[in-house]
Design a protein around this ligand. Sequence first.
Ligand SMILES: C[S@@+](CC[C@H](N)C(=O)[O-])C[C@H]1O[C@@H](n2cnc3c(N)ncnc32)[C@H](O)[C@@H]1O
Length: 257
Amino acid sequence: MSGSELREYLSIPEPERLSQVKAILEKPIARFSLVIDVFFRARWAEVLHAAHPGQDLVMLEIASGDTDVIPQAMARDYPHSRYFAANMNRLLTESLRAKTRGLPVDVVVIEEDAAAIQRHLPAESVDVIGFQHGVNDVLQAILCDRDGVDTTNTDWMKTLPKMIEIVQREIGQNTFEQNVRPAFLSLLEALLGLLKNDGLIVMSHYMFQLDLDWGYPPVLWEELIPIVRGWTRSLPGVREVFVDGFDPHWWLFLAKS
Ligand SMILES: C[S@@+](CC[C@H](N)C(=O)[O-])C[C@H]1O[C@@H](n2cnc3c(N)ncnc32)[C@H](O)[C@@H]1O
């Protein structure tokens, strides 16, 4: 944590900090807070140590938005590493670039659909590809694209109610899987091409209270990783691996097979 972050963290009353940590450990459910960011920086530090103990880490984050959890973890533990993000939304891309400026990590935020990220990075060049609470965003963007809703040049949070409406409709009509799965699996296939042979794709999900309050279907919000796990079973060249201390309901680790 930087000095100003530490001051902000300590200004949150301790019982409040503990209750946020309890909620993210037990349910896991969160609201936007530095406590949650710090929690996930520590979790990703653990992921990265398990996946790639060497200092020469090359990391690609998908659908980062402007969340700097992973580059912050890398700045502490892998200061000489390289962090790439593939992020489509223009405003969030700019914001992430601003937040990560000055970190002792080589940061490149690529404003691009992750499905086309191989235009920017060589094959078999990445150690870890991570989705930090980004799987739902990728699925939502796939649906928006089908509906002609722009998620690139708009304010993501202002578009969120419309996205939730589309997700509700797709779940209600039982068309969610057929409309999302092929595009998601082809994105994963493209990502696999970028991964080194001993690399990992890591997906992390948890629930935001805000999305539930705005009507996100709990059947998807709570079961996102098990649903996606089922889809990946038909993907050639990949196998699931398990990492101690990471609940498979909320974390998915995929290795090249
Ligand atoms: C709300 S932000 C993500 C927040 C973050 N991952 C978190 O910690 O919750 C959603 C971002 O996902 C991006 N996104 C969705 N699908 C994408 C794709 N296929 N390729 C790149 N970025 C994508 C959007 O452009 C947007 O910037």
